[in-house]
Structures are given as structure tokens and as C-alpha cells.
Design a protein around this ligand. Structure first.
Ligand SMILES: C[S@@+](CC[C@H](N)C(=O)[O-])C[C@H]1O[C@@H](n2cnc3c(N)ncnc32)[C@H](O)[C@@H]1O
Length: 344
């Protein structure tokens, strides 16, 4: 009983801390920066931000609270790691020869100890952590539903491939919205795929789950009419993203559609600085370079057309018509969708 109370209190505390970071510390930084005038060049703005009284709090708490989050989640799940379900595990298309790339295993992405690929318990830790990262506002996974509802053309899709599907929260809404489609989730992490199989079965969703690198899915040429990813591309080195676009073009059928949900810079110096530093503070080392790269050019070089970024506001209308976000005082990730098509 005591430990249940401790665990609940631990998770609640970290969640509250992270909310205050977003809705109190970030606006405090903005206010303090504006009080000093805001007409300098970006480099000067960065120096001035680092000198603000709220900055050490903002900076340390982002990393410190993320570490506390994993600790709280690991403690809370200690007694509850799911047992293996052999039948479900066998349904995952595993690649026994697959070698995980060094760039993938070298970092504890999001500061999660051991990474999502390391064990079945790690996948469960990631599942609970992923809810809390949304500050408790995504308990029913509305974020990914809104993406499916607003960011795609309405078509009778035949094959949808979700790259970097994790434990499946980005994949379920496709099958729920387009039950006639064959939906395939692809990920490097076997433990995530096994958890995804369990969660899909609980939801009564028939989804193919496949262990593969998104740059080499092993799927047939021209077999997919929709290829998506959510929160994947900022986890990949920029040079690998060129291979990713090439693979998407290979598996897309003529006229097929590509949608990647990720981040873009906003033009607001403080917010953009916070994103760059988020990459360092949250162990997402490839994130700033992805945001800096001209991925429209990458997409076009791979043979895609009509490539462009639009903003995504999961708390409002979802996909927005251009690369501009609603203004909010609190910290808010600059979500954006990279859209492109394969010519007919
Ligand atoms: C932040 S999670 C996103 C999961 C899911 N799409 C979502 O929106 O919740 C990123 C996922 O991409 C996977 N991943 C990273 N690089 C990959 C690659 N090259 N090929 C396949 N999966 C990859 C990771 O294992 C992880 O499960």
C-alpha cells in the first residue's frame, strides 16, 4: 500500500513539476527577455537568454525532471512489467539478422535508461513515460487521432505504412479510421513491436508489425499508397534521412502520399533556442540538425513532388494550412507535418 502511494505521488509530482516548467518558467523567460528588449541578432538573444534569472531553473529542470520522470515510471512499473505472450510475440515479423545501427544504440534517447530497444520492461516504461511527456493531456492518445483526422487526404487507402511505430500509438488510429486498409507498423525495437502487438490485440485491431530499419523496410516496391511517420525523423541523423526518403519513394505507389509529423523552427528566437537546447537536454542529438536541414530539397531529390511543411496544432485544429502556429504563452512544441507525393 505504501509503495502504491509513493509511486502515485512520485508520478504526480514529476507531472506537476513539468507543467510548471511549461506554464510558468517558460513564460517567465519570455517576460524577462522582453523586459530587456528583443531587437538583437539571434546569437545575442541566446547570450541574453542564458543570463536571465529564470534560465538556470528552466535549463536544469528540463533535464532534471526528465530524469525524475523515468525514475518515477520505472518505480511505478516495477511490479507490473507484463509477462511474455508467445502467440502475440510470434505475430511480429522479426528480423533475426538485423543489426541495430550504432547511431540508434549509442544514445539513451529521451534520457530513458537503456533505450526502448533494450528490454520488454523498457518498452512498458516508454509507454507510460510517453503519456506523461504530454503533461497528462494525451491519456486517450488524441494527438495521433487528430493527425489521422486532419493531415491526410480522404482516400480509400489500400496499404498504410507507419515508420517508427513504437508501441503502436501512432498506428492504431490508421486502422481504426481505415479498417479496409492493410496497416503496417515498422520499428527497429523488438520490445516495442511486441508491446504494440499486445495493445493492437486488446483494441481488436489487425495490424502487421514488422521489425526493420525504416531505411530498408523489405516491403515490396510501389506497394504502399500512404507512408507516414510521427516523431521519427528527429531521431535519425541527417545523412540517414536521405536514405529514408529514398526508401519511401521506393515503397510508395505512383500517386502515393507521404506524411511525416515532426518539428520545425518557428522564427521566434526564444522558442527556437528552446528547441535546439531541448535536443541536447533531452538526449535527442540529431534533432537540431534535422530541423536545420532542407528536407524539402531531400524529398525532391528523392523524386517526391509538392513537398512542403505545414504547422500542426494538436490542441486546436490539427494540421494548419501554412507553417504558422497559434501564439501561446506556455511552452508548446512546434509540431509540423512534412507533406509530399510520389508523381503518378
Ligand atoms: C519517439 S518514438 C515515436 C513512436 C510513434 N511513432 C509515436 O508517434 O508515438 C520513435 C520510434 O522510432 C523508432 N526508430 C528510430 N529510428 C528508427 C529506424 N531507423 N527505423 C525504424 N524505427 C526507428 C524508435 O525505436 C521508436 O520506437
Amino acid at each position: 500500500m505504501d509503495s502504491v502511494i509513493d509511486h502515485t505521488a512520485g508520478v504526480d509530482f514529476v507531472l506537476a513539476l513539468r507543467r510548471r516548467w511549461a506554464d510558468t518558467l517558460y513564460p517567465a523567460l519570455q517576460t524577462q527577455l522582453q523586459a530587456g528588449g528583443q531587437d538583437a541578432e539571434l546569437a545575442d538573444t541566446e547570450s541574453r537568454v542564458r543570463a536571465l534569472p529564470a534560465y538556470p531553473w528552466f535549463s536544469w529542470l528540463e533535464r532534471g525532471s526528465q530524469k525524475m520522470l523515468w525514475r518515477a515510471v520505472i518505480d511505478a512499473l516495477d511490479d507490473e512489467a507484463p509477462g511474455a505472450d508467445d502467440a502475440l510475440a510470434a505475430s511480429v515479423e522479426m528480423d533475426e539478422q538485423l543489426e541495430l545501427p550504432d547511431w540508434y544504440t549509442d544514445w539513451d534517447i529521451h534520457l530513458q535508461p537503456g533505450g526502448v530497444w533494450s528490454s520488454q520492461a523498457a518498452a512498458s516504461v516508454y509507454e507510460l513515460g510517453a503519456r506523461l511527456v504530454m503533461l497528462g493531456e494525451n491519456d486517450d492518445y488524441a494527438f495521433h487521432r487528430v493527425f489521422v483526422e486532419t493531415a491526410l487526404p480522404q482516400r480509400a487507402w489500400r496499404r498504410i505504412v507507419d515508420l517508427g511505430c513504437g508501441f503502436g500509438k501512432s498506428t492504431w488510429p490508421f486502422k481504426a479510421a481505415f479498417p479496409q486498409a492493410e496497416v503496417i507498423g515498422v520499428d527497429l525495437a523488438a520490445p516495442c513491436l511486441q508491446l504494440a502487438a499486445r495493445r493492437a490485440a486488446e483494441r481488436g485491431l489487425d495490424i502487421r508489425l514488422r521489425q526493420a530499419d525504416a531505411t530498408a523496410t523489405g516491403l515490396e516496391d510501389a506497394s504502399a499508397d500512404l507512408v507516414t511517420s510521427t516523431m521519427l525523423i528527429h531521431e535519425m541523423p541527417v545523412e540517414v534521412l536521405r536514405e529514408l526518403f529514398a526508401e519511401c519513394v521506393r515503397i510508395l505507389a505512383p500517386g502515393g502520399v507521404l506524411r511525416f509529423l515532426d518539428f520545425q523552427f518557428t522564427g521566434d528566437a526564444l522558442r527556437d533556442m528552446a528547441m535546439r537546447e531541448h535536443g541536447a537536454r533531452n538526449n535527442e542529438p540529431y534533432l537540431p540538425a534535422m530541423m536545420q536541414a532542407d528536407l524539402i530539397a531531400f524529398a525532391e531529390a528523392a523524386g517526391l513532388v509538392n513537398a512542403r511543411w505545414v504547422a500542426f496544432d494538436e490542441r486546436g485544429a490539427g494540421r494548419l494550412p501554412e507553417l504558422r502556429w497559434p501564439r501561446r504563452a506556455e511552452w508548446h512544441f512546434p509540431w509540423a507535418v512534412l507533406e509530399a507525393e510520389k508523381p503518378r
